[in-house]
Design a protein around this ligand. Structure first.
Ligand SMILES: [Mn+2]
Length: 308
């Protein structure tokens, strides 16, 4: 179930963390797909807080090729962190609309700061084709959207890891990754070193998604998580059904698999915050990927096949 009845939308029109233009329009695409109405229909009150101001790429320079557009990403992620923290502090549920996945550096900073103050145990379910655990040293591209999870673990450039002046934002044993199929060598090393629970598509194929999500829930419950944040990268879904994503990789989650993840979590856990990353309308067909993302979110918010 969802922790609160008041859902606050907040857009993060950011593409500086990605090497492809278009994900900055993700928040618009999700709004055009009527994300607010679909969630309202499930019985929630939805308030749209608008977008965080992000400077456009044409006005920015690349100063460090290993950390492209770092200064503006730090500035806008810090703004997002402050907004998200105030939403959770006020007892509402943040639904953050991206934007490239560098958004999580800000969103998770805000949520972690709230949890720190309230003595809550934060857990993060990261659903993604990629591990997003590169560092300035290991990144093959210099794109910061490949670094947010490492950043949350306190690894990387201090200006990113130290938003709200504490790090790490989350310990490595309270993270579960699902959907992996494109992992860089440095990320593999870090996953192993930190002992992070990670399910690749191979594991999902072998064990079934039902088993994987059941194990994930048991894991989070054993860790006594009392704030579950879900970071959902739309590229976790197979590009045959989600063409409009930042970095498509074949062999992803099927339509039913991704719904089953959301439906099962909604039934068995309390979710306290949710974000959708990497919706790219430029690569999409008639906004179908944003519509898919809204349908997936609706499953998390309690939409059921047989319930009236
Ligand atoms: Mn990602």
């Amino acid at each position: 179930m969802i922790l609160n009845n008041t859902i606050r939308l907040i857009g993060f029109p950011m593409d500086l963390g990605a090497d492809r233009r278009g994900v900055d329009m993700g928040p618009s695409a999700l709004r055009i797909a009527d994300i607010d109405k679909h969630i309202e229909e499930l019985g929630y009150k939805v308030i749209d807080d608008g977008d965080i101001a992000v400077k456009m790429q044409e006005t920015q320079e690349i100063e460090d090729p290993q950390l492209k557009y770092l200064p503006e990403i730090v500035t806008s992620c810090s703004k997002l962190a402050t907004s998200v923290k105030s939403i959770v502090d006020e007892g509402d549920f943040p639904l953050i609309l991206g934007g490239d996945h560098s958004m999580s550096i800000g969103s998770i900073a805000g949520i972690a700061a709230h949890c720190k103050e309230q003595n809550k145990r934060l857990g993060v379910l990261w659903i993604d084709a990629h591990a997003d655990m590169n560092t300035p040293e290991t990144t093959p591209s210099g794109n910061i959207h490949g670094m947010p999870l490492a950043t949350c673990l306190g690894i990387g450039d201090e200006s990113l890891t130290n938003i709200f002046e504490f790090a790490p934002k989350i310990p490595s044993d309270r993270i579960v990754l699902i959907g992996l199929r494109s992992v860089d060598p440095g990320e593999k090393t870090l996953i192993k070193e930190k002992g992070i629970k990670a399910y690749s598509m191979l594991e999902i194929d072998r064990q079934s998604i039902a088993k994987v999500i059941e194990e994930t829930i048991i894991y989070f419950k054993a860790k006594k998580i009392d704030h579950l944040h879900i970071s959902f990268d739309l590229d976790s879904v197979d590009p045959s059904i989600a063409t409009g994503v930042g970095t498509p990789v074949p062999g992803g989650l099927s339509f039913r698999e991704v719904h089953l993840i959301m439906e099962t979590i909604a039934e068995q856990m309390v979710v306290s915050s949710f974000e959708i990353a990497e919706v790219n309308p430029i690569l999409d067909t008639k906004n179908s990927s944003a519509e898919l993302a809204v349908a997936i979110a609706s499953s998390l918010f309690g939409k059921r096949i047989l319930e009236v």
